[in-house]
Design a protein around this ligand. Structure first.
Ligand code: PMP
Length: 456
C-alpha cells in the first residue's frame, strides 16, 4: 500500500531517494509484508517486533529460518546475513541447540532458584575462553549488563562518570544513549526523555585515536568511574578498533584506577575468547549477550574477582554492596541453549568464519578498485560491512562521510537479489555460511552496482 504511514516513516528516517526500478521490484516481491505491516502498525509503533534498523522502503516480515536461509511471508528465500541481529552464530534451528532446548524444556524452563549444573557449566565455558573473566553473573540483555558493569565500576571507584567512544552503541538505557551516534533512531546528543543530570555523567572520547582518547581520559580522570568500548563498533557499521587504541585505553585506565569495560555483546564470536583474546588486551569487566544464548535471551557480566566480588553477599556479612537481581537472568532454557552454542564454537569454527569474512572484505575492496568507486570494506571475525566513503572508515568522522543513499539503495537491490541483511550495509556470518555464499554475495553486490547504474 504505497503512501501508508509505514512507508512514510521509513522514508523519513532514511532521508534518501530510492532507486525507482529497484523500489518497484521490492514492492512487487513483498506485497504481503506491507499489507501485514499496515495491519500491525496500529498496535505496534514500528509495525514489527525486534530491531530498529529499517529496511527500505519497508521491512519484509520473516516467517521461517533454517541454517543460513530465511523466508519471508511472501515466500521469498534469502541468504541470512543478519543472523537474528548478531545472535545466531550457528544459523537457524541448529540441531544441537534445538535438542538441548527441547531436553531442558522437559526438565524445566525457569527455576529462578539455584540449580545444578547449567549456570556452573556456562560460567565455566565463558571463564575458560575469555582471558580476563574470572567470575560471571547472568542477566538477560546487553543494556542491563552494561548498566550493571557501570554500577560496579562506580561502587568500586567512588566516582560517577562514564566515558564512551563517539559513535558507539551500548544499549537503550539513558546513560548509554547520551552522545553522538551513527544510528538513525538515536536522534539527539541528549535524546528526549534523558535528563541533564544523567547527561552530565557522560564523557565522549574519539574512537581509534589513542592520543585523543588518552587526552580526554586524563583530563576527566578524577571523576571517571569507567571507560566502556566496543572492540568493533557494531551498530556504526563493523568498524574494528586497532590493537594500539585498545592497549592505550588499558594503559591510561590502569594508571588512573578507572575500570575498563569491553562491551563484547557483538564481538564475543569474532574469535575464540572474544576481542580481548584476539588483541591480547584485557579489560576489568566484560559484557556479553546476543550469541552467547544460542538464540535465546541471555547475557553475562564477567570480570576480575576483585570487582565481581562486590556482588557476593557472603563476603559482606550477608549483604552484597552492589545489587544485581534479574528474574530471567540465567533462565534454564537459555543456559542450555548457550552451552550447546558454545560447545560448537571451537577455535576451528572461528577460523573458518574469519576466513569467510576476509574473503568478503577483499571482494568488496576489489570491486571498489576495479570500478574506481569509493566502496570500502570494514570488519573482523564474523562481521563485515561495505561503506561508500571518500576514505576508509575507521571512526565516527570517516563513517559520517558515508553516502547513505548509495548504501541504502545497494541494500534494497541486494534484498531483491536474495541477500537478507541490515539496511546499513553490514553482513553478519554464521558457521552455516559457505565460501560459495560469500562469492554469491560479492556477485550480488556487483550486479546491484550495475542495476543501480552506479558503475558503467
Ligand atoms: N552493546 C552492543 C555492542 C550492542 O550492539 C547492543 C545491541 N545491539 C547492546 C549492547 C544492547 O543489547 P540489548 O539490545 O540486548 O540491550
Amino acid at each position: 500500500m504505497p503512501g501508508s504511514s509505514q512507508d512514510q516513516s521509513a522514508a523519513a528516517i532514511a532521508g534518501v531517494l530510492l532507486h525507482p526500478g529497484e523500489e518497484q521490484r521490492y514492492r512487487e516481491r513483498t506485497p504481503r509484508s506491507l499489507e501485514l505491516l499496515t495491519r500491525t502498525q496500529p498496535v505496534i509503533p514500528t509495525g514489527h517486533a525486534g530491531g530498529m534498523w529499517y529496511q527500505m522502503p519497508y521491512p519484509v516480515l520473516l516467517e521461517r529460518g533454517k541454517g543460513s536461509r530465511v523466508w519471508d511471508v511472501d515466500g521469498n528465500e534469502y541468504l541470512d546475513l543478519r543472523i537474528g541481529d548478531w545472535v545466531l552464530i550457528h544459523g537457524h534451528c541448529n540441531d544441537h541447540i534445538r535438542d538441548a532446548i527441547a531436553a531442558q524444556l522437559d526438565r524445566g524452563a525457569q527455576f529462578g532458584s539455584p540449580e545444578w549444573d547449567l549456570a556452573y557449566r556456562m560460567a565455566s565455558l565463558l571463564a575458560d575462553r575469555m582471558p580476563s573473566v574470572e567470575k560471571v553473573r547472568f542477566l538477560v540483555s546487553g543494556t542491563e549488563t552494561n548498566l550493571l558493569a557501570l554500577r560496579l565500576a562506580r561502587a568500586h571507584t567512588g566516582r560517577a562518570k562514564l566515558a564512551k567512544a563517539t559513535g558507539s552503541y551500548h544499549g537503550i538505557a539513558d546513560v548509554l544513549v547520551v552522545g553522538r551516534s551513527t544510528i538513525s533512531f538515536v536522534t539527539h546528543q541528549v535524546p528526549p526523555g534523558v535528563t541533564q543530570g544523567v547527561a552530565q555523567d557522560v564523557v565522549e572520547f574519539p574512537f581509534n585515536d589513542p592520543d585523543g582518547a588518552a587526552e580526554v581520559i586524563e583530563r576527566e580522570a578524577a571523576s571517571l568511574a569507567a571507560v566502556i568500548v566496543e572492540p568493533v563498533l557494531g551498530a556504526a557499521g563493523m568498524i574494528p578498533a586497532s590493537t594500539e587504541f585498545l592497549r592505550r585505553l588499558r594503559e591510561v585506565t590502569e594508571r588512573h584506577g578507572i575500570v575498563l569495560i569491553f562491551d563484547e555483546v557483538v564481538t564475543f564470536p569474532i574469535a575464540y575468547g572474544g576481542a580481548q583474546a584476539y588483541h591480547q588486551v584485557y579489560p576489568d569487566l566484560t559484557t556479553m549477550s546476543k550469541a552467547i544464548g544460542g538464540g535465546l535471551p541471555l547475557a553475562a557480566l564477567g570480570g576480575r574477582a576483585e570487582l565481581m566480588d562486590l556482588l557476593d553477599p557472603h563476603r559482606h556479612g550477608g549483604k552484597a554492596p552492589v545489587t544485581a537481581a534479574s528474574t530471567f537472568g540465567g533462565n534454564q532454557a537459555a543456559l542450555a541453549a548457550g552451552i550447546a552454542c558454545l560447545e560448537q564454537l571451537t577455535p576451528d569454527s572461528h577460523a573458518r568464519v574469519q576466513a569467510l569474512t576476509e574473503r568478503g572484505k577483499r571482494g568488496i575492496d576489489e570491486l571498489g578498485r576495479r570500478y574506481g568507486i569509493p566502496l570500502h570494506a570494514t570488519g573482523l571475525g564474523h562481521v563485515f560491512a561495505m561503506h561508500w566513503t571518500p576514505e576508509p572508515v575507521v571512526d565516527y568522522r570517516t563513517r559520517m562521510q558515508q553516502d547513505d543513499e548509495k548504501i541504502v539503495n545497494l541494500g534494497m537491490a541486494l534484498m531483491n537479489l536474495g541477500f537478507y541483511h541490515f539496511s546499513f550495509g553490514s553482513f553478519l556470518l554464521s558457521t552455516a555460511i559457505t565460501e560459495q555464499d560469500i562469492d554469491d554475495l560479492l556477485a550480488g553486490i556487483e550486479q546491484a552496482l550495475h542495476r543501480l547504474g552506479l558503475v558503467g
